[in-house]
Design a protein around this ligand. Structure first.
Ligand code: UDP
Ligand code: MG
Length: 319
């Protein structure tokens, strides 16, 4: 293929892209685990680590600096502040020069021991990407599991793409696949939607949920909720249609009510009574209007951030 964004450095076989936010306790554990897991596949010279420090406030950057002086295969990119995991993965992919690239978390929840099997599937040419999903949501708070399931059910209803429930960001891809991911320029990056959108042949691996080895999760419930709103606006315009449907429904209901009141006045001569019901109706309509304006606002806000064309992240230091 000749459509690469930059020259393909054939000597790197596998690039590992690892987003890190305050992972001081996990990085070395991860590094050792990955080295052990990969000793069987790649000649040691052929792999590279690209750690992306997503604005950590702990000793993450010191550990990465030290690791990169000890091991020439270790590179890092450090952001000027926290730009989010999606931006971190994007930065890592742009930097990766391997023939195959794998993205995985630093916390041990994505077992590097699976990489040889993934490499085999993608390396054989039968698949362009090897993706992973959790078989179960064991070890996750029940409330979070419940909302996660509702979210995936909703997404599959309102988008055309098939977003896989429990899919992780642990993915191994070939160059072609990776260039396709990089060709999508949007700021609002929801990779669980981007991957099915670009297509290609994907082999799925399933494994049990593994507790993170050290540190704690960076996702609060609120952050996940906002992330799911981003996902919906990034891949579906159905909420806008819902807003119009609400409008049409209310209009029809109001016509029926008008007819009812007119007939009541003409036939029985009843005066129209009840300020309470009137104010309820006003409140109800006002609520619906604000709700639908809110939906419009979400799309407008996303359009605004896209047209500003700001960079996805800013690098403070790299090696
Ligand atoms: N992460 C990041 N930026 C963020 C949040 C998380 O780079 O703003 C990294 C984090 O260091 C970890 C991975 O993304 O390597 C997954 O985060 P976490 O383990 O907190 O999420 P979970 O596994 O609970 O979904
Ligand atoms: Mg994790």
């Amino acid at each position: 293929m000749t459509n690469y964004l930059r020259p393909l450095e054939e000597e790197i076989y596998l690039s590992l892209v690892i987003p890190c936010l305050n992972e001081e306790d996990a990085i070395l554990l991860f590094y050792n685990e990955a080295i052990t897991a990969l000793s069987t596949v790649a000649n040691e010279k052929e792999i590279e680590f690209i750690f992306v420090d997503d604005g950590s406030t702990d000793k993450t950057i010191h550990i990465l600096r030290e690791l990169s002086t000890k091991d020439a295969r270790v590179h890092y990119i450090s952001f000027s502040r926290n730009f989010g995991k999606e931006a971190a993965i994007l930065a890592g992919l742009r930097q990766a020069s391997g023939r195959y690239v794998v993205t995985l978390d630093a916390d041990g929840q994505d077992p590097p021991s699976l990489i040889p099997d993934m490499l085999e599937e993608v390396g054989s040419g039968a698949f362009d990407c090897a993706a992973t999903r959790r078989g179960t949501r064991k070890g996750e708070p029940p409330v979070r599991s419940f909302f996660a399931r509702r979210f995936y059910a909703l997404m599959s209803k309102i988008t055309d793409i098939d977003i896989v429930s429990g899919a992780r960001d642990f993915r191994l891809m070939n160059r072609n696949y990776m260039e396709a991911v990089l060709a999508l320029p949007e700021r609002n990056r929801f990779s669980k939607g981007i991957f099915p959108w670009i297509g290609f042949k994907t082999k799925w691996f399933e494994y049990e949920n593994i507790e993170r080895k050290a540190g704690r999760t960076k996702w609060s419930f609120w952050k996940l909720f906002l992330y799911s709103l981003d996902a919906i606006t990034a891949f579906s315009t159905k909420p806008l249609a819902i807003a119009s449907i609400f409008g049409v429904l209310l209009f029809i209901i109001s016509l029926i009510l008008i007819a009812f009141i007119v007939v009541r006045k003409i036939v029985w001569g009843d005066p129209v009574g009840g300020w309470a019901s009137t104010s309820c109706i006003i409140l109800f309509c006002g609520g619906i209007q604000l709700f639908t304006t809110g939906i419009l606002g979400q799309y407008l806000a996303k359009t605004y951030t896209e047209v500003k064309q700001r960079p996805h992240y800013i690098i403070r230091e790299s090696q």
